[in-house]
Design a protein around this ligand. Structure first.
Ligand SMILES: Nc1ncnc2c1ncn2[C@@H]1O[C@H](COP(=O)(O)OP(=O)(O)OP(=O)(O)O)[C@@H](O)[C@H]1O
Ligand SMILES: O=C(O)c1ccc[n+]([C@@H]2O[C@H](COP(=O)([O-])O)[C@@H](O)[C@H]2O)c1
Length: 201
């Protein structure tokens, strides 16, 4: 008889304003590389590092994330950050998800640019014990993890997809297409709700 292993849960944190194919490919690659049983996308509520930037209402970002992930049976979306009052901190995200899924090992996935800043994140010393961290590298980015404890972060190079939410917002604002940069349903959601008109950052 073989011992069953603990479920492996990816936690993909981001502002997702809007979610795009770069995020989806990153989650899919991380799932394949680490044998993840599920990837939970967690849109931020109020991102702590974007306080001086205009961010679309959490409910819109949450719904676009649901639409974008709906066709993948291993992708789900959590409201923990959207529903928690106050600024969003990863320590709270991981605490909530560990409470909801105590049987699972967590793999927190985010961009290398975000993970590099982890020493400055709230309660950074506790984060290492709560999850393994996966830094996905976006095109042209070299990871610098100086100062991070050894073994807590894995890096994962993903196929170059030079897509960013900033570019998608600017395109939507200036009437350029976002087709095929974001999933079809997200293109339609942006148009239906008039998101990013006159507000690109
Ligand atoms: N094309 C991509 N390839 C790999 N990683 C990406 C890509 N786009 C975003 N990421 C990573 O996903 C994480 C969450 O993304 P976020 O929601 O901040 O999107 P973003 O495209 O970086 O947004 P913005 O342009 O508004 O800063 C980030 O840490 C980011 O580095
Ligand atoms: O916990 C923190 O202090 C902290 C500070 C900055 C970013 N994060 C997390 O990093 C992830 C990527 O954030 P962002 O702003 O690049 O979309 C997202 O899940 C954030 O909640 C977390």
């Amino acid at each position: 008889m073989t011992a069953s292993r603990r479920p492996r849960l990816g936690v993909m944190g981001g502002t997702f304003d809007p979610i795009h194919h770069g995020h989806l490919v990153a989650a899919s690659e991380a799932a394949a590389r680490f044998g993840l049983d599920e990837v939970i996308f967690v849109p931020t509520g109020k991102p702590s590092f974007k306080q001086h930037q205009k961010v679309t209402a959490p409910e819109h970002r949450y719904l676009m994330t649901v639409i974008a992930t709906a066709s993948n049976p291993r992708f789900t979306v959590s409201r923990v950050d959207v529903d928690r009052p106050g600024l969003t901190y990863t320590v709270d995200t991981l605490r909530d998800l560990r409470e909801q899924r105590p049987e699972a090992d967590l793999y927190f996935i985010s961009g290398a640019d975000a993970i590099e800043q982890m020493l400055t994140w709230k309660d950074a010393d506790d984060l290492w014990k709560m999850a393994h961290f996966v830094a996905v590298s976006r095109p042209g980015h070299r990871l610098n993890v100086d100062g991070l404890p050894p073994g807590v972060v894995s890096t994962l190079e993903i196929p170059a997809l030079a897509i960013s939410s900033t570019d998608c917002r600017q395109r939507a604002e200036t009437g350029q297409p976002v087709w095929y940069l974001v999933p079809d349903g997200v293109v339609q959601y942006i148009a239906k709700h008039g998101l990013y008109r006159g507000s690109a950052s």
